[in-house]
Ligand binder design. Structure first.
Ligand code: MOS
Length: 758
């Protein structure tokens, strides 16, 4: 694989290396479960062995008899706390130790606390429960599931979008398809396991836990524990794999906090990989029906997208990706409907590009089928259906460089060498297939605060309660300060991942770079304003340059006339040693309560399809080559090329890394990833990394990322569109289309397996 970072083009920042890269690869970065603390006790969860029913009796005597066991937190012990809530901050309303009802397999029934990890584990396995159990409903088609319309039930789907008269347009279309697609359950498997370390000092509670939302969790944990949020601190300086899995707070956090208070010692609970499948969130399985109608010359006149998603009994979690698929092309008419299917399962949650990954997969696989039905090149088919305005509300796109992405990716991939005839391209024993698909992700930002301090010797400290979840945002925030203040990266430090810092929104929805950079930019500009005023004042080193345009570079203030002053001299004139500025950024269109909500841990998102003036999305085009062995049907992906346009690129190295990782995940979704469910007991079966397949190095060959220049100052002051979730949207459809091109088999249910091609 080519490891070079892309050379910056227009509106693209330098490929600065990660400021925490060395710490991470040398093991010096301290993850939340690494925090050294004296006198720590260990927690281990005991979980249910049924998926539906009630605990009638819990037997804990054998567990209590294990040497070293200090306490067991179970039914009754959480009565003084408030129950978890389902929403943007809380993963689920299922309140495991408040209520003996069992909603899903592997539900927490107790937390054992012991002197050692081994004692806690052993004791947790000796806890036995008697149940009144009922037959569970596992998923789609199970008896007893409850199906209802999803719109308005979840913050992620306000309404079923529609436009024009779909029924009439579809009925009269010259060429049409009507197909069903599905995506499987997928589980988060970050290398850093889920963990909580809770410690009290008097009334002050500090929780070390990997989190994408330290401010939100501080408020939510305080609510559950009925304590003052000022007494709660969440610390999460590094996160080893997030992708949504560490976004919502789960029930465990409060349980471990209560345990720590009871035993009067810090308690650390690291959840086993197997238990994480049931106690954390996951991507639920989805089903889709897509109808597309078009004229003979390939103009789409009707687009219908119906989706079905599985969730738990009590919580209407739904992703509803029709908001994006319904705005993708110039459809003429649109009809969408999303249904939610309540089963005996834990509540799903965010997983990288939650709405777009399954819904755009279905759309883009269908687009390829439609191109085949029309006898048209799939790139050309998308090109002629490129919209002037989005079809639902008729709003303009703030910017849309999709065609440029297709042009550049097709050129780099060598699409023109593709022989369109199915099964026509061969290399020895291998059938060669080529496919493509569109990537789309909404561009949003949310209120964010930051503090920037510049000292006379040119040291900069940036503080922001955002989260380094592996994206490089710590480095990028530093780059923004370095650029605005004219300071080298070696003199910049950035603190993140602590609720004691200025609050930032949840690091989800690909909003962090835009939100954090906009706040850092604002704080830096306040620092600059003070320095500039002092520099040109009567007794300042640039006295008389009041009308000049001033810039900061190389620790100097430089006037447009050519005069300059050293930073240290300006500080000397000001008779101070440091300037510190605190800034609060709120996106255009924010409500008067937006900043108050930031401090209350509720991010007010702006952008995407929500703004009045325009819709805001980042786009990409992905091309995939597959090889299918003509004897064994083994499927390989030797080559992927993606071209993406996402406004200002802060750092071409970290951007490429995000997009490359996204496409690799997309290959995994196409060919590997699926949680298998034993439908008899609603149980996840492959709960480990041996049986839960993800791509390894041998599965991935060449992955090329092209960063297409784009300028869009409508999206936010930093001009940044998020791209963390863009890369894995569309990839699976491109693979499915390439498999069709190679073999003539259209696979609509993911993942695509050897068996499907026999
Ligand atoms: Mo992301 S799935 O919005 O953390």
């Amino acid at each position: 694989m080519n490891q070079a970072a892309p050379v910056p083009k227009e509106n693209q920042g330098q490929p600065v290396v990660r400021i925490d890269g060395r710490l991470k690869v040398t093991g010096q970065a301290s993850y939340p479960a690494d925090i050294a603390t004296a006198n720590v006790a260990y927690g281990a969860l005991a979980t249910s062995s049924i998926a539906r029913g009630k605990v009638s009796k819990l037997h804990t005597d054998d567990a209590r008899a294990v040497p070293g066991v200090l306490d067991i937190i179970t039914y009754g012990d959480m009565d003084q706390t408030d129950t978890p809530k389902f929403g943007n901050t809380g993963a689920s309303s299922i309140a495991p130790l408040h209520d003996k009802t069992i909603f899903h397999d592997g539900q927490i029934i107790a937390l054992v606390v012991a002197e050692t990890f081994e004692a806690a584990e052993e004791a947790s396995m000796l806890i036995r429960a008697d149940y009144e159990d009922e037959p569970p409903s596992a998923s789609f088609d199970s008896k007893g599931v409850k199906v209802e319309p999803a719109a308005g039930k979840s913050p992620m789907l306000q309404e079923d979008v529609k436009a024009g008269d779909f029924d009439a347009a579809y009925a009269s279309a010259a060429v049409k398809i009507d197909q069903k697609y599905s995506t499987p359950t997928q589980h988060h498997n970050p290398i850093e396991l889920f963990s909580t370390t809770a410690m009290w000092q008097g009334d002050q509670l500090t929780v070390h836990e990997p989190s994408q939302n330290v401010t939100g969790w501080k408020i939510e944990l305080a609510r559950q524990l009925k304590v003052d949020p000022g007494n709660v601190r969440i610390v999460s300086p590094y996160v080893g794999g997030a992708f949504g899995s560490k976004g919502p707070m789960t029930a465990r956090t409060a349980i471990v906090a209560i345990a720590a208070r009871r035993v009067g010692r810090p308690v650390r609970c690291v959840v086993s990989r197997m238990q994480a499948f049931n106690t954390q969130t996951y991507r639920a399985e989805t089903r889709h029906r897509i109808r597309i109608g078009a004229s003979k010359d390939g103009r789409i006149t009707a687009f219908g997208h119906e989706g079905w998603e599985v969730t738990s009994r009590p919580d209407p979690y739904v992703v509803g990706g029709t908001s994006a698929t319904g705005r993708m092309y110039n459809y003429g008419s649109v009809l969408t409907h999303v249904s939610v299917v309540h089963a005996d399962r834990n509540t799903p949650g965010y997983m990288r590009s939650p709405p777009e990954t399954p819904y755009v997969y279905a759309l883009e696989n269908a687009m390829d089928e439609m191109a085949v039905a029309l006898g048209m090149d799939p790139v050309e088919f998308r090109r002629i259906n490129e919209p002037e305005k989005e079809p639902i509300g008729g709003k303009p796109f703030s910017s849309r460089s999709l065609v440029k992405c297709y042009d550049q990716a097709a050129e780099a991939f060598g699409w023109s060498k593709r022989d369109a005839a199915v099964g026509s391209m061969r290399d020895g024993d291998w059938l060669v297939g080529m496919g493509c698909a569109t990537a789309i992700y909404p561009t949003a930002s949310a209120p964010c605060a930051a503090r920037v301090r510049l000292t006379a010797d040119g040291q900069v400290r940036v503080q922001c309660g955002s989260h380094e979840i592996g994206t490089g945002v710590r480095t990028i925030a530093g780059q923004m300060a370095a650029e605005r203040l004219g300071i080298g990266m070696d003199k910049i430090s950035v603190e993140m991942g602590d609720s004691a810092l200025p609050p930032a929104p949840v690091s989800g929805g690909s909003i962090s770079t835009a939100s954090v950079c906009s706040a850092v930019l604002k704080a830096c500009d306040a620092v600059r304003a003070k320095l500039f005023a002092a520099a040109v004042a009567g007794d300042g080193p640039l006295a008389g340059s009041g009308n000049a345009k001033l810039e900061m570079e190389q620790e100097k203030i430089v006037a447009s006339g050519g005069k300059s002053a050293k930073l240290s001299d300006v500080f000397k004139a000001m008779q101070i040693g440091a300037i510190e500025e605190y800034a609060e950024f709120a996106p255009k269109g924010s409500t008067p309560e937006a900043l108050k909500k930031l401090y209350a841990g509720q991010a007010e998102f702006h952008g995407g399809d929500q703004d009045k003036d325009s819709v805001k999305y980042a786009f990409g085009a992905e091309f995939v080559e597959v090889r299918v062995n003509s004897y064994t049907r083994e499927i390989r992906v030797p080559r992927v090329v993606g071209a993406f346009a996402a406004g200002r690129i802060m750092n071409t190295r970290t951007a490429r890394s995000q997009l490359m990782g996204g496409m690799i995940w997309g290959i995994g979704q196409a060919l590997h990833e699926a949680t298998e469910i034993d439908r008899r007991n609603a149980r996840y079966v492959n709960r480990d990394l041996q049986d839960y397949l993800v791509p390894v190095n041998a599965d991935i060959k060449q992955v090329d990322v092209i960063l297409v220049p784009e300028v869009d100052l409508d999206v936010n002051p930093a001009g940044v569109k998020g791209l963390g979730e863009l890369g894995n949207v569309g990839t699976a459809a491109a693979v499915a289309s390439a498999v069709y091109h190679a073999t003539g088999k259209r696979i609509r249910d993911l993942p695509i397996r050897i068996d499907d091609l026999i």
